[in-house]
Write a protein that binds this ligand. Structure first.
Ligand code: NAD
Length: 314
């Protein structure tokens, strides 16, 4: 039997790549995603591809990869993968469900503390000998504040547990669970309608997939429902928050702060609506990426892709 081939198009933990090399022919090129001609040429003989969120597994890639049987996703969002086409082609898509949830949940609680406290915005001033103590004395504690979760799947639920551990109350909205669903009581989270969560939360955190019903979910009207001293954190997907409306709300002081890890277009283009916006933290889609989660995600995907390739063909 010919050796099965795996093409890895974005970064993966070295140990996991090594474990695949022991069993398969592996081409590991973490920058392949940036050159679509090279990417499409590379997948021509591939039985499996392993991607993060930037590689578009679309009609063009699938057409360029006639032998493809397996797509390993080093993460959980599947909006860069044409699932319908994969299904029609009998290509198995394997996400790393649960493996980066802890990283995202810690990012949310840590960032909520940073935004509420606001004490960390004076490094240059303090280094230069100024002492803005009065201005920075109004920071808030997280204990007793309400976390509003939009989306109560794997990451939303883990974020609730972490937030409760630091004394937050938690409310949530998720159309998959009605108010009587056991998951709310089991997690000690109050189920509310979307607008009610937005209106009562001190910290709103988004944990929904990017689908038609969530595109621009947090638009100008929904931002206006939030409390003026509340903060918004988006680690889910770009396109769910209207970035221009958020920038306007922050400039106008209608919201106390925000953190965005994901954007409608990644990387952001210079001169985006978000540039220069006050009380805004930006990170480059790393909420789910830590040394530990990279190892967990990579080894899970290496193992499951290997199993799928070695399983008899359905
Ligand atoms: N920034 C990062 O590094 C990073 C890392 C991991 C996951 N993510 C993203 O986080 C998001 C959540 O991941 P997850 O693993 O918890 O997914 P999940 O599938 O376990 O949960 C998503 C939940 O959202 C709910 N939902 C769908 N539409 C909704 C709506 N209109 N309003 C409220 N809830 C809605 C679903 O019912 C589901 O329970 C995904 O978008 C994923 O891509 C980002």
């Amino acid at each position: 039997m010919t050796q099965r081939r795996i093409v890895i198009t974005e970064f993966m933990d070295a140990g996991a790549v090594q474990s695949l090399r022991a069993r398969f022919e592996v081409r590991y090129e973490p920058t392949l995603v940036d050159d679509s001609a090279a990417l499409h040429a590379a997948v021509a003989g591939a039985d499996a591809v392993v991607v993060r969120n930037r590689t578009q597994v679309n009609a063009a890639l699938l057409a360029a990869a006639p032998r493809l049987r397996v797509v390993g996703r080093l993460g959980v969002g599947l909006d860069n993968i044409d699932l319908e086409r994969c299904k029609a082609r009998n290509v198995t898509v394997i996400p790393a469900t649960g493996a980066n949830a802890q990283a995202v949940a810690e990012y949310v609680v840590g960032t909520a503390m940073l935004l509420l406290r606001g004490a960390y915005r004076a490094t240059d001033e303090v280094a230069a000998g100024r002492w803005p103590r009065t201005r920075l004395s109004e920071g808030r504690e997280i204990r007793g504040k309400c976390l509003g979760l939009i989306g109560f799947g794997g990451i939303g639920q883990l974020t609730a547990t972490l937030a409760q551990a630091v004394g937050m109350r938690v409310a949530g909205y998720d159309p998959a669970f009605d108010a009587g669903a056991a998951v709310w009581a089991a997690q000690g989270v109050e189920p509310l309608a979307l607008d009610a969560v937005l209106a009562c939360a001190d910290v709103v955190s988004l944990h929904v997939p990017l689908v038609d019903s969530t595109r621009n979910l947090i638009d100008a009207a929904r931002l206006a429902r939030m409390k003026r001293d509340a903060v918004l954190i988006n680690t889910s997907r770009g396109g769910i928050v209207d970035e221009a409306a958020l920038a306007r709300a922050l400039v106008a002081g209608e919201l106390a702060g925000a953190a965005l890890d994901v954007f409608a277009h990644e990387p952001l283009v210079a001169g985006s609506a978000l540039a220069g916006t006050p009380n805004l933290l930006l990170t480059p889609h790393v909420a789910g990426v830590t040394a530990e989660s990279n190892e967990r995600v990579s080894s899970l995907i290496a193992q499951r892709v290997a199993e799928a390739l070695e399983a008899p063909r359905r």
